[in-house]
Design a protein around this ligand. Structure first.
Ligand SMILES: [Zn+2]
Length: 95
């Protein structure tokens, strides 16, 4: 194979990594979400016994799920209300 084929593959893999895994648009959206501490300042009534979690300000459900922003290995988490699907706050897993 000619050398430029490898170059095209390398560029393709890099772009895929950038857009699929790092995902700058999603990262920007994620950064706009409050951290749990900030969320609790805005919605003090949402505090629960669990220091790692909070209630939904929208529907008061305590069924808040967290999921990685992109893939399974992504340390950026968003916490979503299972009941009304509101995205509530963000966190980062410590690896
Ligand atoms: Zn809710």
């Amino acid at each position: 194979m000619a050398w430029y084929i490898y170059l095209i593959i390398a560029i393709g893999v890099t772009l895929q990594y950038y857009f699929v895994f790092y995902s700058p648009r999603q990262d920007e959206d994620w950064r706009k979400l409050p951290l749990l501490a900030e969320y609790l300042i805005q919605h003090p009534e949402c505090k629960t016994d669990d220091d790692e979690n909070a209630r939904c300000y929208h529907c008061e459900s305590n069924k808040v799920l967290f999921q990685p922003l992109t893939t399974h290995a992504d340390p950026r988490y968003k916490h979503i209300c299972l009941n009304c699907k509101t995205i509530l706050f963000r966190s980062k897993s410590i690896i």
